[in-house]
Write a protein that binds this ligand. Structure first.
Ligand code: EZ4
Ligand code: CO
Length: 402
């Protein structure tokens, strides 16, 4: 069997997505997500200019060997661009293998470990009251786990606050939008938000919160301690994790569960965090962490230390990534939770899929492969529209972590 074609499709049905489509001499095709928010065309070029010429003529059944070829063979290892490109190839090849076998992807991985996949949705508002109301709406929709983010008094454009009824979408302008960050205001406000949420809705649902890399290790320890009475499912990205050791300090001072990893792209980014049991949930997902083949290695390492998965599932991960991730979640023994931000109707129409939401859980489908297709005619109607993620600065102008 041979790969006879591979093409990159860039489309913007409400937001930008990059998809790799691989064709074979047996007529079976597969697709993989290659979207890197705000840096889309770099992955498109990496694939078109550097990867696709190597793929033509290769045997698509040799998923592991092709992964190793693209990882070791580039000489330049790791990084979000490289690993998203490898992920796209890997996802498309698993899709092809599933279709050849006539089996859904979770069967190829080892079969079901669970009946359905617990997801968390995103509730946000411009202030405390709006956020409390938004959490109520998610409870009404059936969600068992809800991430709460709120505008903060005195902070202009806080992370996680949507505009109107739109789905939260941070990549909002051709050049990065400026936002302001103020740690004391955030630390004063956030425990009050969760106190109010627990007073209003009780302790039955899981609540989550994303700090989005804004705190120092000691500030993160303080916040984790202050949030303990409100029993969060997790506190996410409390401090930037390039320095994995930084989590020792946070861990020593709080029992609030910690989640990290949406910006990681290989097992090396999380090795120490996992081996020293500094986190509870690892957030890598298919598209940014080298595909199913590599994500499985990360999850297996994590399982040794009782670290569970909590894959990134923002809207910038396309339905192709979500479909593949749901098969992964259905199989992976040390599953924790899956993030789920609904895509717009336009996006769902471009990427027909058989996963579905029901009563707070997602179900992957039974179609062979990962169960997601791309409607190329429809995709062609939505040309690429460059959009960047914002930057954050302190009130004195210092550049901070967005
Ligand atoms: O900011 O996916 O947990 N979710 C997040 C996301 C990220 C975006 C960046 O592209 O932190 O909202
Ligand atoms: Co996050």
């Amino acid at each position: 069997m041979k790969i006879t074609s591979a093409r990159v499709i860039v489309t913007c049905p409400g937001r930008n997505f990059v998809t790799l489509k691989i064709g074979t001499d047996e007529g079976v095709t597969g697709i993989g997500d290659a979207t890197l928010n705000g840096r889309e065309l770099s992955v498109a070029s990496y694939l078109t200019d550097h990867v696709i010429p190597c793929l033509i003529g290769m045997d698509p059944q040799r998923i592991e060997d092709i992964w190793q070829y693209l990882y070791r063979g580039a000489y330049w290892r790791r990084g979000p661009v490289t690993m998203s490109a490898i992920a796209a190839v890997d996802t498309a090849l698993w899709d092809i293998k599933g279709k050849m076998a006539g089996m859904p992807l979770y069967q190829l991985l080892g079969g079901r470990s669970r009946d359905r996949v617990l997801v968390y949705g995103h509730a946000n508002g411009r202030d405390l009251k709006e956020t409390v109301d938004a959490v109520g709406k998610y409870i009404d929709m059936g969600y068992k786990a809800i991430r709460a983010q709120s505008g903060i008094p005195g902070i202009d454009k806080a992370y996680g606050v949507g505009r109107g009824d739109m789905h939260y979408e941070p990549a909002d302008a051709r050049l990065p939008t400026n936002t302001v960050w103020d740690t004391p205001k955030y630390l004063n406000f956030t425990p009050r938000l969760f106190e109010k949420l627990r007073d209003t809705y009780g302790y039955e649902r899981e609540l989550l919160h994303d700090v989005h890399h804004r705190l120092t290790p000691n500030e993160a320890a303080q916040l984790g301690k202050a949030l303990e009475p409100f029993r969060l499912f997790w506190m996410e990205d409390a401090t930037p994790a390039e320095n994995q050791e930084a989590f020792r300090h946070i861990r020593r001072h709080t029992t609030t569960p910690l989640a990290v990893g949406e910006v990681f792209n290989t097992i090396w980014d999380c090795k120490q965090l996992i081996e020293e049991q500094l986190i509870d949930y690892i957030r890598c997902t298919v598209v940014h962490a080298g595909g199913i083949t590599h994500l499985r290695r990360i999850a297996d390492l994590a399982a040794l230390y009782q670290v569970r998965t909590g894959s990134h599932g923002a809207t910038d991960n396309s339905p192709v990534c979500m479909g593949a991730a749901l098969h992964f979640d259905t199989w992976v023994p040390n599953f924790g939770i899956q993030e789920y931000m609904r895509h717009t109707e336009e996006t769902d129409a471009v990427f027909p899929h058989d996963y579905r939401f029901d009563d707070g859980f997602l179900h992957c489908g039974e179609a062979p492969g990962h169960g997601v297709e791309i409607d190329e005619k429809l995709a062609a109607k939505y040309p690429y529209d460059p959009a960047c993620l914002p930057v954050a600065r302190l009130e004195d102008g210092t550049l901070w972590n967005w």
